[in-house]
Write a protein that binds this ligand. Structure first.
Ligand SMILES: O=C(O)c1ccccc1NCC(=O)[C@H](O)[C@H](O)COP(=O)(O)O
Length: 251
């Protein structure tokens, strides 16, 4: 799906260049991953907004870096009612690491999504997680990545930004799809992206609204548009993670 001629924001170009330099691991990981989609459905069933809270120490669109122990941040998010966690493992632009993910996954009892820019199957083998992000825009063969993730025991969350990418994700057999409100070419955020793309998904596909969700009103808006789950980073990392998570979980 990657279009070599597409113009990207310089930060995204730099992220992709760094991702292409990552080692491809020789040894395949194997994990008995917990179900991310199951955790979202369980939270919904017990009256919580199904929230994937993201441990994102910094990002190209964030001023400053959170320097606390990421395990403390993660525990606060779970205490605030998060159904699952997303943990950045990208080191150069997001302050993440595979060690952060390993430590967080060992410390919490909710599924953990590995959030990174994984371009080929061998990139999946850096660390065990419950779920792995596959960004349709950035990989050459979405179907290959979906299969490779499942072979290792990860539930793939396939991220799209347009109706065409949603079609690609569905053709690849994705059953958990994230619609990113952030355009990764320009970094512009627009919540109407989810509202535009979501109606193209069949009812048996779980949809996650990603990025730009900052207030309880935003959370309700995405849920009304059909989101089975919300993925929130900046709004939680900007303040007290427990309180910020609670505010969205009980929106
Ligand atoms: O978050 C960024 O600044 C960013 C910059 C360049 C590429 C990707 C980026 N974010 C990836 C994400 O999808 C978000 O971390 C995630 O959806 C949470 O978004 P938000 O709640 O807006 O932090």
């Amino acid at each position: 799906m990657m279009n070599a001629t597409e113009e990207f924001d310089p930060a995204v170009r730099s992220i992709l260049d760094a991702a292409a330099r990552r080692p491809v691991h020789e040894r395949r990981v194997s994990v008995d991953g917990a179900s991310l989609s199951g955790a979202l459905a369980a939270a919904d069933a017990d009256g919580r907004v199904p929230l994937i809270a993201e441990v994102k120490p910094t990002s190209p669109t964030t001023a400053g870096t959170r320097t606390e122990d990421p395990v403390d941040l993660a525990r606060a998010m779970v205490d605030g009612g998060a159904a699952a966690l997303s943990v950045l493992t990208e080191p150069e632009h997001f302050g993440g690491s595979v060690e952060n993910l390993e430590r967080i996954r060992a410390a919490v009892d909710v599924p953990v999504l590995r959030k990174d820019f994984l371009l080929e199957p061998g990139h999946l083998d850096a660390v065990k997680a419950d779920a792995a992000l596959v960004i349709a825009r950035f990989v050459d063969d979405v179907g290959e990545m979906v299969t490779a993730a499942r072979e290792r025991g990860f539930e793939p969350l396939v991220e799209v930004h347009s109706g065409a990418e949603l079609e690609t994700a569905l053709d690849a057999g994705a059953t958990l799809v994230g619609v990113n409100n952030r355009d990764l070419a320009s970094l512009d955020v627009d919540l109407s992206t989810f509202e535009r793309v979501a109606p193209g998904a069949p009812a048996d596909v779980a949809l996650v609204a990603e990025s730009g969700i900052a207030t309880p009103a935003d959370a309700r808006r995405m849920r009304e548009a059909g989101a089975d789950g919300l993925l929130v980073g900046s709004a939680i990392m900007a303040g007290e993670p427990r309180e910020a998570t609670e505010e969205l979980v009980y929106a």
